[in-house]
Design a protein around this ligand. Structure first.
Ligand code: MD3
Ligand code: FE
Length: 207
């Protein structure tokens, strides 16, 4: 991967603008293939709310939520089958970005694939279902831009906003790993590569 513009948002969080642009078409094709085997679905929170973001997973395990709680599962609860394999192109972008950000040896075993249509959002939350918080999470955005927000280690901490666009990659590790974060409602728009949709891939070491 060529050296992308690099911005440390906060200690441990590195934004690599457009780093995935050269392989964006390949990543989108991989998403299409994953979705054939494990279609996007709207999961429900333990509190019973239907998520506005449609999700699926690939890798050895995948993040799920239902009435029983938030967790990782080795099988797709819709089919009882293992999730599709992690595409090599996802792994390449994620490990390259992680090492650029100072996390050599990142070995993700899970990728949550999020699909946003206009109006879809993700409220402020922490990602804490993974076994080892020493491992970073790598986020890859594709398609329509989103206003991403991140705060501190308390829900009540002030938030900052950053726009994440097509090909942007962010590594969240170290002291940034447990920051609260979310996505504001996606604005209407049309992107040449994805149409009226935003995708976000988050690569994680779940186990
Ligand atoms: C900061 N996804 O799937 S990616 C998620 O754009 C999630 O779909 C958002 O939050 C999205 O859990 C944000 C950026 C991100 C991902 C994981 C993080 C930021 C993070 C973990 C810790 C801190
Ligand atoms: Fe998250």
């Amino acid at each position: 991967m060529a050296e992308p513009p690099r911005e440390e948002l906060v200690p441990g969080a590195v934004l690599l603008r457009r780093a995935a642009l050269p392989v964006a078409a390949e990543l989108l094709q991989c998403i299409d293939e994953v979705v054939l085997q494990a279609p996007f679905r709207h999961m429900h929170t333990p509190g019973g709310h239907r998520m506005s973001v449609a999700m699926t997973n690939c890798g050895a395990c995948g993040w799920i939520t239902d009435a029983s709680g938030y967790r990782y599962s080795e099988v797709d609860p819709e089919t009882g089958e293992p999730w599709p394999a992690l595409p090599a192109a996802f792994l390449t972008v994620a490990t390259s970005a992680a090492s650029n950000a100072g996390f050599a040896g990142f070995q993700p075993d899970a990728c949550l694939v999020n699909c946003y249509v206009p109006g879809a959002r993700m409220t402020l939350h922490q990602d804490r279902n993974e076994a080892d918080f020493e491992q970073p999470i790598v986020s890859i955005s594709l398609g329509l831009p989103a206003d991403f927000q991140f705060g501190g280690l308390l829900r009540s901490d002030p938030v900052r906003r950053v726009r994440l666009g097509h090909g942007d990659v962010v590594v969240w590790g170290g002291p940034a790993r447990l920051r609260f974060h979310g996505v504001l409602p996606l604005k209407d728009g049309k992107h040449a590569a994805t149409g009226c949709v935003r995708y976000n891939l988050t690569l994680r070491t779940a186990r």
